[in-house]
Design a protein around this ligand. Structure first.
Ligand SMILES: [Zn+2]
Length: 366
């Protein structure tokens, strides 16, 4: 009888220990997925489709068709129509920064207002206006949060970047960082490819090149999904770029379509993550652009040091450690804070390793 009691209390202890472990994931298990929408404006992010731009002037081929698709009476309806996942899921269960109507400003720190400086700022945690002053293919001299995390216990080989733009291997300094980067119009590397990856490589070969430096988003999206399923990274960066390309091309219809697709990708990705034990209830999702664009019908297509307003951006995040505060008011943040927030999402401290880097977004984490 005593032996039986001892055995059953040992069994009970085991049960309790197992239950505690299941309820509270330890720091070393968390994941983060960070996604960028290149040059997607705060105006559409917060306001949905803009009436003035649903016009031939902004390159719209089918004005009535686009109106039907994205124009609604109220601003709330317009943004929920354009970005349903962001506004009905992320804004409810997470946080949003940069709503200027709520005295909330999100800005870039660098003075250049174009991509490499923006990405370097968000990944390194500070602006380096002197050294990061072009979109050229030069290795980033500064350490990104991805390189930092890849060197931390439990993360080695579990950090990756998949992106449309072929400058990312340099921005992320793939060689020094020793992380997986797949970017631009290049086949998915490796010898043990899945059927879907073989199909993607055929599509990469067969798809008309719209922009020599940029893959189309649909292929990057699928490549990222396959990578996630195959390699189960703990830190995954996905860089989408069509919003910027269609903006430069003065095609407001395709600019909106691209971001609508990107939002739908978020929904599918989030649903997928919740079916995978490693990621379920254990993954933070962070989204931002790398810069804004002009604020008029003339210069909405453009950005750069001389374009007024292209310094304004936005940011949204949700996850198990992110209190559901929704659209934040009376707070100013900068793009440079993304690096520390990515690290914080997986319980790591980027500021300690890189004292120049900005702190995580205030109030973003419990
Ligand atoms: Zn651009």
């Amino acid at each position: 009888m005593q032996r039986l009691l001892a055995m059953s209390s040992f069994g009970l202890l085991l049960l309790v220990v197992t239950a505690i472990n299941a309820a509270e994931p330890t720091a070393s298990q968390r994941n983060v997925v960070y996604i960028t929408w290149d040059g997607f404006r705060w105006q559409e992010f917060f306001g949905g489709a803009q009436e003035l731009y649903i016009s031939k002037d902004a390159g719209v081929a089918d004005v009535d068709g686009l109106k039907k698709r994205f124009w609604r009476e109220t601003e709330q309806e317009r943004r929920e129509t354009l970005l349903p996942f962001v506004w009905t899921v992320m804004a409810k269960h997470g946080q949003v920064f940069g709503d200027q109507s709520k005295n909330s400003i999100a800005k870039i720190q660098n003075k250049h207002k174009f991509s490499y400086p923006g990405y370097s700022e968000m990944f390194c945690g500070f602006a380096d206006d002197e050294r990061i002053a072009s979109n050229g293919k030069f290795p980033n001299p500064n350490v990104t949060v991805l390189e930092f995390l890849n060197g931390r216990p439990g993360f080695e080989g579990k950090v990756a970047g998949i992106a449309t733009w072929n400058v990312f291997p340099f921005i992320l300094n793939e060689e020094r960082a020793k992380i997986y980067v797949h970017a631009g119009i290049t086949p998915i590397p490796g010898t043990e490819l899945s059927d879907r990856q073989h199909l993607l490589n055929e599509m990469i070969k067969d798809t008309v090149v719209l922009w020599p430096d940029n893959q189309i988003d649909s292929i990057t999206i699928q490549a990222a999904r396959e990578y996630l399923l195959q390699k189960k990274p703990r830190v995954l960066y996905i860089g989408l770029g069509e919003t910027d390309e269609w903006g430069h091309g003065r095609r407001y219809d395709r600019y909106l379509s691209a971001v609508h697709n990107s939002d739908d990708f978020l929904r599918r990705l989030w649903d997928l993550l919740q079916t995978l034990p490693q990621y379920k209830d254990n993954t933070t999702l962070i989204i931002s652009p790398d810069h804004g664009r002009g604020g008029t019908i003339r210069d909405w297509t453009d950005h750069g040091a001389k374009v007024e307003g292209a310094e304004f951006v936005w940011m949204t995040a949700m996850g198990p450690q992110v209190p559901a505060l929704g659209v934040r008011s009376d707070v100013e943040v900068s793009l440079s804070q993304v690096a520390a927030s990515i690290a914080r999402a997986v319980d790591e401290d980027f500021n300690a390793a890189s004292p120049k880097s900005s702190q995580p977004h205030p109030g973003l984490f419990k």
